[in-house]
Design a protein around this ligand. Structure first.
Ligand SMILES: *Cc1c(COP(=O)(O)O)cnc(C)c1O
Length: 241
């Protein structure tokens, strides 16, 4: 990995393609989302100019700061950080089209209220804590289906899929287990045919484990470090709200 964003992107695309070939998937089924926390607007722009279209922030503050500088380049913004209900207004204001980190009903209800006021809707993924670590957000796997059923009753909150952060471990078997669990929850939800719920997206896999995630069915991998280089802050800073 080096500082050249375009060449890093090329390497990642080719790894995605190779993995898809190996597991007989169509590379078009796997979207690359760039996790841009701590990355300056200038460097994000570089990635967008190199042909990327999908980016995501973890903190509303960063979303806000970079919003103006990125406005003139077409792209899609997702939100992947822990979300507090008092920030919902800002998320809507700064162009986020999908919240991937929805993990509790109270937040979904607040979102629905705000969307009602603004007469619009929002796409969401449900974040599931597949690694069962206290340090990570996400609904407990055993409660995920119930949560989806409840959120399905909120007409402006449109469920499109699931998101997870896999276990950080050098043991591929344990990481894979997290992704398999997410896939199996997706399959269960699909079988229930819940009105208003789509379940086509599985957002899983990061710089260190996206190949495993693709093998297990990811439709979206979220990559930061492998594109932009190491971050100054540990991830715990970004995952603790
Ligand atoms: C930072 C982050 C990523 C990307 O992680 P890298 O290891 O830098 O690729 C993916 N998902 C979430 C939720 C993140 O916060």
């Amino acid at each position: 990995m080096n500082n050249d964003i375009a060449s890093n992107l090329q390497k990642i695309s080719s790894r995605i393609e190779k993995t898809c070939t190996r597991c007989k998937r169509d590379p078009a089924e796997v979207k690359l989302l760039l996790a841009t926390k701590t990355v300056s607007a200038r460097r994000i722009k570089e990635a967008l100019l190199a042909g990327q279209t999908l980016i995501a922030e973890n903190k509303v503050q960063e979303l806000k700061e970079k919003f103006g500088s990125l406005q003139d380049i077409p792209h899609t913004d997702h939100f992947i950080g822990h979300l507090q209900s008092n920030k919902i207004k800002d998320i809507l204001k700064y162009g986020v089209s999908c919240i991937q980190s929805l993990d509790r009903l109270s937040l979904a209800e607040k979102l629905q209220q705000r969307l009602d006021l603004e007469d619009r809707s929002m796409e969401v993924f449900i974040q599931v804590n597949t690694s069962n670590e206290d340090s990570k957000y996400g609904v407990h796997p055993a409660l995920a289906i119930e949560l989806v059923k409840e959120i399905a009753k909120l007409p402006r909150v449109q469920v499109k899929g699931l998101m997870t952060i896999g276990l950080f471990s050098g043991e591929a078997v344990k990481v894979r287990r997290c992704f398999r669990l997410l896939k199996s929850i997706q399959q269960e939800i699909l079988a229930l045919n819940i009105p208003g719920v789509e379940m086509n997206e599985l957002s899983m896999g990061m710089s260190n484990d996206f190949e495993i995630a693709i093998e297990e069915g990811a439709t979206m991998v979220r990559v930061g470090t492998a594109v932009f280089g190491r971050r100054k802050y540990p991830d715990s800073y970004y995952w603790s709200g």
